[in-house]
Ligand binder design. Structure first.
Ligand code: ZN
Ligand code: ZN
Ligand code: FE
Length: 774
């Protein structure tokens, strides 16, 4: 925090305070008004381009310490102060404190994410004498929808989807009174003037009486309902009604992918899961993510073969009212496989449910629920969306540039990032861009974020992959393009997030399923020594054939065969799990590999996990969702052991290659001796942690590197991340991992921004410079 405190010699004091961060549309000005009154200062507060400006004065000599303390310690829950600047100001002899009107003009204003209903609103809603008793759209300056209803900034009702609702007299009074807790709460509404719910039959479209109570009773009967939330529709059914759950799975075309649950309260959650204190805190936080918790009791059909359940608490008033009548429901995004969450009835929601509980407050920007797990008492994002977007991420001061930049990410689990004036704003999770609907969503989001933050990108950054939709979009944009290698971008994301100095060299452990390598091969088990400007491929997993290309990622047995051939050559021993596969198919794959047909080389870490998951008999023949086989393998790693398997290292100059042939042979031996799978899986996880430690020690010895960064989708594996962090910590390394973003491909766009900023800074390039490929 910068502080240039002014000093007055006369017995009068005046000060100018500029507060930047998320301080608009969160009740910040009325908060300033209140504390100014409390300490009896006069002056004014107004919104400016980057935050709020305050003029404060007193006819006594003071340093305003009381006010500044209150400013920092009792700020509104939705606000997020980035910086406070203090300056001496002229004494104007003002008689009162006022809130000044916002003027338009150039600005870079941040908007709060959508936030769960607050305690005060909840109490009002449950109070039978309150005029908003049981009103599902109650909100205030501390809570309610934001990002999903805003069309443009500055944040004003006319720029939100509340525009069409004219405030009644009572609401207007609250809205215009500076001491009211709904002062300038843009979505303010009541049963007289605000949005209304409607329950309809999905096939006939006929409205039903009974509202939320009726909706709850339909759920109890086993019906499937589409319920409109903040960022889109949920599909909801009773969580303990297996028949309903299986029908919902059929509708969603998802046989095994885990379904998220919403529970009435923490007590219910604790019946089925074992949340730690850190996990409870996250569940109860105003951002209300889905938290992945250790199972206590199995609920049939919800998360088969896994040891975790995804649970969340209600976050809209509507959810609270619905869950007054229900303990536990499935609340999953309303989409067919791989499509974006639906936000309007017109998008075909009727075909996915029996009844629709909707309302007439439109959703402007769709957004899924966020998903988080806790590793070593710290949050780890699996999916970052509702409640966290759009968080402004400050960059290291050495790479602040005047240009605006747009980064497009990768292809699967995409996000986009926009850079302007020292901050990066990253979009919500957008999904797999190979799906047409998701690509539309991607385009919508680029349009929205650049407009919202008044960004005019002069440069566009993408992945190195020539065929990604993002790369093609960039080529069509007409802007200069910069391309960044996938695993390098992964590593740069937490460096930007944690504002690591641009020239600091780290060892990036970038483990995922697939990313386009500089040699054109499929990378994924990478050790890169990197800073913001470049990387050296220090080590990688030994290349093995990926028989069938993309199909191999769906059918883990293919990788099992590939790794067996790598370990034993053509004659490998009989493996029980492979008996599930038709002999002809195995022979086909072997001959593909032998004759080098459609078997590109890969160093993928995800595919190694696939192979081991299949060899141990855990993985199904064909997986339904990404990382299914590795997730089942992780769930099985329950044995508390320090044992691990051998691996071997080949080559002396970088990149060194890590071979898992000895690992595979030891696993086969263990399987032969009927060693428990829980033990094999634990030993395998330890092996990967050891591999990381051995490469890190080599990097320290040869290049004096002491910081190790864990990135890539593989590091969503809690057990691996925990073990690797502990092992490297013991050896004296500093470890780093993303804290506010997912380690998976959602973070590519952030890393791409980091690379571009550094490149521009070092080139001292001006507009339209000739940017080279990374
Ligand atoms: Zn509230
Ligand atoms: Zn009203
Ligand atoms: Fe990746």
């Amino acid at each position: 925090m910068n502080s240039k405190q002014g000093r007055n010699t006369v017995k009068k004091s005046a000060i100018r305070i500029v507060v930047s961060g998320v301080v608009q549309g969160v009740g910040f000005r009325p908060f300033i008004y209140r504390i100014a009154h409390q300490f009896q200062y006069t002056g004014w507060v107004k919104n400016i381009g980057f935050g709020v400006e305050i003029h404060l004065e007193s006819d006594k000599k003071t340093d305003f310490k009381d006010f500044l303390k209150a400013l920092q310690e009792t700020q509104p829950p939705l606000s997020q102060i980035e910086e406070i600047i203090l300056e001496r100001a002229p004494f104007l002899n003002l008689k009162e404190f006022t809130i000044q009107k916002t003027k338009g003009g150039e600005s870079f204003v941040f908007i709060s994410p959508d936030i769960s209903i607050c305690e005060s609103c909840l109490q009002e809603m449950m109070d039978p004498s309150d005029r908003r008793h049981h009103y599902p759209f109650i909100n205030c300056t501390d809570c309610g929808p934001r990002y999903t209803i805003v069309k443009s900034l500055p944040y004003d009702r006319s720029e939100t989807t509340m525009r069409s609702f004219t405030m009644c007299e009572d609401c207007r009074k609250e809205y215009t009174h500076p001491l009211d807790r709904r002062y300038h709460a843009q979505p303010v509404a009541c049963p007289v003037c605000g949005p209304r719910i409607q329950l309809t039959h999905s096939r006939t479209g006929k409205p039903l009486k009974g509202g939320i109570r009726k909706a709850a009773s339909l759920i109890k009967e086993g019906k499937i309902l589409a319920v409109k939330g903040l960022g889109g529709f949920h599909l909801i059914c009773h969580a303990l009604n297996l028949k309903a759950v299986l029908r919902l799975r059929k509708i969603k075309e998802r046989e095994t992918k885990p379904l998220a649950l919403m529970a009435r309260n923490l007590e219910i959650i604790e019946k089925y899961a074992l949340p730690t204190p850190a996990e409870k805190e996250l569940l109860l936080s105003a951002r209300r993510p889905i938290v992945l918790l250790k199972k206590k009791k199995e609920i049939a059909g919800i998360a088969p073969h896994l040891d975790e359940l995804g649970l969340m608490l209600p976050y809209t008033p509507l959810h609270y009212l619905l869950l007054e009548h229900l303990d536990l429901i499935v609340a999953t995004s309303s989409n067919k496989k791989d499509a974006p969450i639906m936000k309007d009835e017109e998008e075909g929601i009727r075909r996915l449910c029996d009844y629709i509980l909707s309302h007439n407050r439109p959703i402007y920007m769709r957004s899924d629920d966020s998903v988080i797990k806790v590793v070593d008492e710290q949050p780890l994002f699996v999916r970052r969306a509702r409640g966290y977007v759009p968080y402004p991420q400050k960059v290291h001061p050495e790479i602040v540039v005047p240009q605006h930049i747009l980064a497009l990410g990768g292809e699967l689990k995409d996000t986009i990032s926009v850079y302007k004036n020292g901050y990066v704003v990253t979009s919500q999770f957008l999904g797999d861009l190979d799906e047409y609907q998701n690509f539309k969503y991607f385009e919508e989001t680029i349009q929205h974020l650049t407009q919202l933050f008044k960004a005019h990108p002069e440069l566009i950054v993408t992945d190195l992959h020539p065929d990604f939709h993002t790369t093609r979009y960039a080529q069509k944009s007409g802007l200069p393009i910069l391309q960044v290698q996938h695993h390098f971008a992964h590593i740069l994301a937490p460096l930007l997030e944690q504002r690591i100095a641009p020239h600091k060299k780290v060892l990036g452990v970038s483990f995922d399923g697939y990313g386009f390598g500089e040699d054109g091969l499929a990378w994924g088990g990478e050790f890169l020594i990197a800073d913001y400007s470049s990387f050296e491929r220090f080590a990688h997993f030994k290349y093995v054939p990926l028989p069938g290309g993309d199909v191999a990622a769906k059918q883990p047995w293919r990788m099992a065969v590939s790794y067996l051939l790598d370990a034993y050559r053509s004659k490998y021993p009989a493996v029980k799990s492979l008996k599930k596969v038709e002999k002809k198919k195995i022979q086909g794959v072997m001959s593909m590999i032998e004759h080098d047909v459609n078997s590109p080389f890969t160093s993928s870490c995800g595919r190694l996990f696939d192979a081991v998951s299949f060899l141990t008999g855990l993985s199904p023949l064909e997986v339904e969702y990404e990382a299914e086989a590795p997730m089942i393998l992780e769930s099985a790693a329950t044995e508390d052991t320090t044992q691990s398997y051998d691996f071997s290292t080949h080559g002396h100059s970088s990149p060194v290659q890590i071979s898992f042939a000895p690992t595979i042979r030891s696993i086969i031996k263990d399987l032969d001796q009927n060693i428990r799978v829980s033990s094999i899986s634990s030993k395998f996880h330890n092996t990967i942690a050891r591999v990381i430690a051995s490469v890190a020690e080599k990097a320290r010895k040869e290049q004096n590197i002491n910081t190790v960064v864990f990135v890539g989708g593989v590091f969503l594996n809690k057990k691996l991340l925990h073990r690797a962090t502990a092992l490297l910590g013991k050896k004296g390394f500093t470890t780093l991992r993303p804290m506010n973003y997912s380690p998976n491909d959602e973070s590519l766009s952030i890393g791409q921004i980091a690379y571009a900023l550094n490149k521009i800074k070092n080139k001292k390039s001006t507009k339209g410079g000739n940017f080279l490929r990374a």
